[in-house]
Design a protein around this ligand. Structure first.
Ligand code: AMP
Length: 305
């Protein structure tokens, strides 16, 4: 298939998950940070997915990615098994408990990027920070417009130094409340956000699950609620979907101002609100751009005064 001309690229995991929530359990769910990200972002703009899978990666999952304008020319297949994650949620759906992480092919992943047209927006989704840095080394150029990253407790605990090195090189970081506290040792989220800004990123975005999101930029600050949902089924992928909505909005508008970043985080919250309504990518697969716009309009109405 010819390479799509994508202004946005993501590196992250493409995974086979096993998930248990109070509402059900699934043994094999299509997941991974880059899968959720690219599916969400591609409602707004074509996106290139940079990731690795093993030979066991199901064809049906590849077909799901092909439903949207997602360029798969950098989805490598190598010998071995696909990255897998097993997680569980109790009644507090904001906290995922990791039961097992099998890095598998991720251990041998050395991305070799051969873009005909280089992307200008890059998202370093949750993956080994050494892989994030490697992608940044290959794509960094004077014209690069915006780089953002994510991480999680697993990498903060196991590769803290490398996580800090990536943070020093990005324009924005998106992370959840627990990760912000773990990274800074600061229980107060406002102070944690300010401390993270000192580590490098101009924009710091802290997600608080059902309690919304905080945005820090220079001396500006914004707090947005989450879209209120009566039924949350499986929160897995909410963070990656959020990041996909955010970067998709930024890449499609080309506007990196604080005002537009507020619109981007509102859009991101709406995308995430769909993901949590079902397992895996199922809820996102059922919606159209018009569903996103409709929910966004309602969100604007109920959160303004
Ligand atoms: P979240 O959006 O934070 O709920 O991320 C969920 C996705 O992250 C799952 O589909 C997992 O496959 C993936 N994941 C879990 N652990 C890791 C890890 N250590 N590195 C990268 N991706 C992970």
């Amino acid at each position: 298939m010819p390479e799509l001309n994508s202004p946005l690229a993501v590196v992250g995991t493409v995974a086979i998950d096993a998930v248990k929530t109070p509402f059900g359990a699934r043994d094999r769910v299509f997941g991974g940070s880059a899968s959720y990200f690219s599916y969400a972002a591609s409602f707004f703009t074509p996106v290139s997915l940079i990731a690795v899978v093993g030979q066991d990666f199901p064809e049906e999952y590849r077909k799901i990615l092909k439903e949207h304008p997602i360029d798969l020319s950098h989805l490598e297949v190598i010998n071995g098994k696909t990255f897998s994650w097993k997680g569980e949620y109790g009644t507090d759906l904001n906290t995922a408990h990791t039961l097992d992480t099998q890095l598998n092919v991720l251990l041998d992943f050395k991305p070799k990027l051969m873009f005909k047209t280089l992307p200008e927006y890059i998202f370093l989704a949750n993956v080994d920070p050494l892989i994030q840095a490697d992608v940044l080394d290959q794509l960094e150029k004077p014209k690069l417009k915006f780089v953002a990253c994510d991480t999680m407790n697993f990498w903060i605990a196991n590769k803290r130094k490398e996580v800090l090195e990536v943070l020093a090189r990005v324009d924005a970081v998106v992370l959840n409340d627990g990760e912000a506290r773990q990274l800074t040792g600061e229980p107060n989220l406002i102070r944690a956000g300010q401390k993270i800004k000192e580590l490098g990123p101009g924009y710091v975005i802290i997600k608080k699950g059902e309690h919304g999101v905080l945005l820090f930029y220079e001396s500006h600050f914004c707090a947005l609620p989450a879209y209120p949902l009566e039924e949350v089924y499986d929160p897995t992928g909410a963070g990656d979907t959020f990041a996909g909505g955010l970067m998709g909005h930024l890449a499609s508008t080309g506007d990196l101002s604080f005002e537009n970043m507020k619109k981007a985080i509102a859009t991101a919250s709406i995308l995430a609100s769909f993901t949590v309504e079902d397992f895996g990518l199922e809820a996102l697969r059922r919606i159209q751009r018009s569903d996103i716009d409709q929910r966004l309009a309602l969100f604007r109405k109920i959160s303004s005064f």
